[in-house]
Design a protein around this ligand. Structure first.
Ligand code: IDP
Length: 140
């Protein structure tokens, strides 16, 4: 399987509860390497731009408000099959449906406040990584 990179966000509900280290441990235990990472605070407009593909969905306003409510940690994870592997480590969108041992099962509060984001395709990963990181910030 090819080595891939994927974009991850540790969301406000998790940064508020000081869970960055515990979540990063799950990534590293799964063989995902954190090759870039920074803590930022999105404006509502920046959150809206990141989630533009969801703008027709009923939860879009709530999602943008939540994602700009506190700092987030944005990161690039690297590894074999990293995009799918990260989705597995994250668990289902709704923590009620997430498998045991996943980040969302262990830490998420609700379907909205679900602790992490991960790119869902190679195209999304490329777009989302370049949304937050320049080439100079990505360690080879
Ligand atoms: P994903 O993050 O698992 O890929 P998506 O369906 O792409 O899930 O939704 C993006 C984000 O929007 C979710 O992670 C969650 O924070 C939020 N979201 C999704 N569905 C709902 C909902 O029904 N109510 C509130 N927020 C939602």
């Amino acid at each position: 399987m090819a080595v891939e990179r994927t974009l991850s966000m540790i969301k406000p509900d998790a940064t508020n509860r000081n869970l960055t280290g515990k979540i990063n441990a799950k990534f590293e235990e799964a063989g995902l390497r954190i090759v870039a990472q920074k803590r930022i605070h999105l404006s509502p407009a920046q959150a809206g731009a990141f989630y533009a593909e969801h703008k027709e969905r009923p939860f879009y306003g709530e999602l943008c408000e939540f994602m700009s409510s506190a700092p987030i940690v944005v990161q690039v994870l690297e590894g074999e099959g990293a995009i799918l592997k990260n989705r597995e480590v994250m668990g289902a969108t709704n923590p009620a449906n997430a498998a045991d041992g996943t980040i969302r099962k262990d830490f998420a509060l609700s379907v909205g406040e679900n602790s992490v984001h991960g790119s869902d395709s190679p195209e999304a990963a490329a777009r989302e990584i370049s949304f937050y990181f320049s080439g100079l910030e990505l360690v080879g």
